[in-house]
Design a protein around this ligand. Structure first.
Ligand SMILES: Cc1cc2nc3c(=O)[nH]c(=O)nc-3n(C[C@H](O)[C@H](O)[C@H](O)COP(=O)(O)OP(=O)(O)OC[C@H]3O[C@@H](n4cnc5c(N)ncnc54)[C@H](O)[C@@H]3O)c2cc1C
Length: 523
């Protein structure tokens, strides 16, 4: 294997796959893509309904947060994809853009590189790469005949009856109830690796090294030179003549940066790491989407909980095998809604509806049939942080999202729970209800909702902002994603988002990789 390349990309996740494709379009540019995980050629990865079966497997970094004081001191299980495709190989496949207004936070001074006007063409570029077409409003749409359970149809009808606008399936995050657009093709998951990496993986100027864990970036005289990693149990070093790009995700990029001597002075010192650039913002400002659901048991046996029975699983499995259709092609969170509670047209809450119980990441599988609806807090006021536990690259980071530590977040989530409750009690969904399942009795007061939130809130798996874009005194990267204080080093992944956006985060992450790759190609 060569050890010298023009560009080294660390992490073959949502952003890394986009970068590997675009930056190797120039045949004279030798690109190395390093991934800690293994191949994504596994049947469970392709089956949309099986995404939570990938949790706590070898495809998952399997992180847990510190005990969360506002969540009854529970540790939050936080899956992250450790496989080619990264989180896009284990996620729930909801394919939605950030909202135009989100990009007001991305503009540094007069620089409008990340303004909505400038990012929209790159959202569309990603969408086309995934095979979607763009309609007359500029939104991505699909002709794919996605599986949609009749409970989901009824949720959408009940949401309309409640008063929400009905939206057709598209990529925009504007107000209204919507059957989500999904990156599912012919019944199977279509990940960032499927869209960007597999079609070009044999390019002679692209090398992909799997099962290779990056320890740190080696920096000399404030310039990133090489990458130290562990491959097949052996130490290995790769040199970059041009750029090193960190795309290891919102938890692992700051970890690698800190091990490379970029971070808060006291923290680096406490671990004996020689500082290359002091920056207290590395690992700080962690934001994440959280969700808390209400679950109802239905009168009949017609929900996707059938997949939790041996017979149901076998039947649906055969249908998937022979015709790539049926319940196994559901992404579970089939539909939802965007709600604007204030003056802004940017949504405050996103509802996610699943035609089955989805409790504690899907690990709790009741022997009954039901559905779940939950509000997601889109713009949390609470921020957390991430630190190293040690300098050992095999150790998980210390993650403290500090969920709900700002009381505004609890108030917003209670509001979302009340709206969810009211939608559920509209016909026709209400006709299906036998009884409430979780919580055990119908919530009647804010205190009842709060109790449910403190016990059952979970991450929606969208951590961001741990290496955020901004000005030198308050961020980690500049508007072209260059790491402050270090030459030849960029960070390109969900960690650079200034704030978590108004929807699920895979599409905005791929958009930013497309935008920056285009910029690098122009130079
Ligand atoms: C369970 C789950 C469900 C989700 N559902 C949705 C959804 O439905 N819709 C949506 O829009 N978003 C969803 N998301 C979020 C979305 O997938 C992520 O925000 C997005 O994929 C992040 O992309 P990234 O490039 O920043 O990181 P990742 O995709 O996580 O990529 C990082 C890559 O770097 C590799 N890596 C990390 N450390 C090292 C190292 N030391 N050495 C070498 N390689 C390393 C990782 O293994 C990984 O492959 C979900 C996420 C999860 C986990």
């Amino acid at each position: 294997m060569e050890t010298e390349y023009d560009i080294i990309i660390i992490g073959a996740g949502s952003a890394g796959c986009v970068l590997a494709n675009r930056l190797s379009e120039d045949a004279s540019c030798h690109v190395l893509l390093i991934e800690a995980g293994a191949s994504d050629r596994h049947p469970l990865i392709s089956i949309p309904a099986a995404f939570s079966e990938l949790f706590k497997t070898s495809f998952d970094w399997n992180y847990n947060s510190e005990p969360q004081s506002e969540l009854n001191d529970q540790e939050m299980y936080s899956p992250r994809g450790k496989v080619i495709g990264g989180c896009s190989s284990i996620n729930a496949m909801i394919f939605v853009r950030a909202h135009a207004k989100d990009f007001d936070d991305w503009i540094i001074g007069e620089d409008d590189f990340w303004s909505w006007r400038n990012v929209l063409p790159f959202f569309q570029k990603v969408e086309r790469q995934f095979g979607f077409s763009i309609d007359e409003n500029g939104d991505a749409i699909s002709e794919e005949n996605y599986y949609q359970h009749d409970l989901t149809d009824q949720f959408l009808q009940s949401a309309k009856k409640y008063g929400l606008k009905s939206k057709h399936r598209c990529s925009s995050a504007n107000e209204g109830a919507i059957p989500f657009l999904k990156n599912i093709k012919k019944g199977s998951r279509f990940s960032a690796a499927d869209a960007y990496l597999h079609p070009i993986q044999r390019r002679p100027n692209l090398t992909i090294v799997k099962n290779c864990l990056v320890d740190k970036i080696e920096i000399k005289n404030s310039k990133a030179n090489s990458v130290a990693a562990i491959h097949n149990g052996k130490q290995i070093r790769f040199h970059a003549t041009s750029n090193i790009i960190l795309s290891a995700g919102a938890y692992n990029s700051p970890q690698i940066a800190m091990r490379s001597g970029i971070g808060e002075e006291g923290h680096l010192k406490s671990l004996g790491i020689k500082a290359n650039f002091i920056n207290p913002h590395v690992g700080a400002h962690l934001e994440d989407h959280i969700i808390c659901g209400l679950s109802y048991q239905i009168k009949d046996n017609n929900s996707l909980d059938v997949l939790n029975t041996n017979f149901g699983k076998a039947k649906a499995g055969l249908q998937y095998l022979f015709s790539k259709s049926g319940p196994m092609t559901s992404n579970i969170a089939e539909a939802g809604a965007f709600l604007c509670l204030g003056e802004s047209e940017r949504p405050d809450l996103q509802l996610h509806f699943g035609p089955m119980f989805f409790i504690r990441h899907g690990f709790v599988k009741p022997k009954a049939h039901g559905f779940s609806l939950g509000p997601t807090l889109l713009h949390p006021a609470s921020q957390g942080y991430l630190k190293l536990r040690s300098t050992n690259p095999l150790d998980a980071p210390l993650i403290n999202p500090q969920y709900l530590t700002d009381p505004k977040d609890m108030a917003m989530l209670i509001e979302g729970m009340k709206i969810s409750h009211d939608i559920i009690h509209q016909q026709p969904l209400s006709n299906r209800i036998d009884k409430i399942f979780l919580p055990a009795t119908e919530p009647k007061s804010d205190a009842d909702y709060e109790k449910q939130i403190r016990e059952y809130t979970q991450t929606l798996y969208h951590p961001t902002s741990t290496c955020r874009i901004g000005s030198a005194d308050e961020a980690v990267v500049d508007a072209r994603l260059n790491v402050y204080g270090i030459e030849n080093l960029k960070i390109v992944d969900a960690s650079v988002l200034p704030h978590v956006t108004s929807s699920n985060t895979q599409l905005v992450t791929m958009m930013l990789a497309e935008r920056i790759a285009d910029y690098m190609q122009q130079r």
